[in-house]
Ligand binder design. Structure first.
Ligand SMILES: [Zn+2]
Length: 215
């Protein structure tokens, strides 16, 4: 999970949100129409915000099912079914999160509200394993709600860490060959790329690199 800055609402919502909401509130449908709340323009705007990653687990969504998620569930707040601030982008795994009744949003981190510094006060990484920092309840509940410690996510984070380790090895190789201890700008740039928001699991690298390579 990494902080996501919300962009302005897409045009389709500016024009239709009120009409869609009123119709839905007057209907008996338990669920809003996904062709509306997950309209192409809305998905594109959410993708632009998260740089094509799941808001919760930070996996890249290219080639996998992406879903528009209601942060506050529709069953809890029907009036938020088409509210821009309530629409998040999730992979199908994270969208099967534990419901608000079992773990309310107030007990978890919110990628659209909490800055990275705050997220990092609750969530940390040991190798590719996600952990709550100093037993933080908020960290623990966030990991539990979105199942951030699933076997599949461990595997995907391990793979990304492998690219990082390969790069580190190449850098060490060059340092030995060239008999130097410092990093040259190109190496710093390559290492820093891992913690940039467009890359998968960038918070893990932000945590990892902050220990070795302070900005
Ligand atoms: Zn996810």
């Amino acid at each position: 999970m990494r902080h996501i800055k919300r962009l302005p609402a897409p045009q389709i919502l500016v024009e239709k949100q009120e009409e869609w909401t009123q119709k839905f509130l007057l209907s008996n449908n338990p669920r809003p129409d996904s062709s509306k709340y997950a309209h192409r323009e809305i998905r594109e705007a959410l993708n632009a915000m998260s740089m094509h990653k799941c808001f919760y687990c930070e996996r890249k969504l290219k080639g996998i099912t992406q879903e528009v998620d209601h942060y506050v569930e529709v069953a809890e707040a029907r009036e938020k079914a088409f509210a821009w601030e309530n629409l998040y982008l999730a992979c199908s795994d994270c969208n099967r999160k534990l419901s608000n009744r079992s773990i309310p949003n107030s007990e978890t981190l919110d990628p659209c509200m909490h800055p990275d510094e705050e997220i990092m006060q609750h969530i940390t990484f040991e190798d590719e394993m996600v952990l709550s920092l100093n037993g933080s309840d908020k960290g623990l509940q966030t990991i539990k709600k979105y199942k951030l410690d699933s076997q599949q996510l461990d595997y995907l984070r391990l793979k990304q860490r492998q690219y990082f380790t390969d790069l580190l090895l190449r850098i060490k190789d060059n340092q030995i060959k060239e008999n130097r201890k410092h990093l040259i700008p190109a190496e710093l740039f390559a290492l820093n790329r891992f913690r940039q928001a467009e890359n998968p699991f960038s918070l893990m690298f932000k945590v990892l690199l902050s220990k070795h390579l302070p900005r």
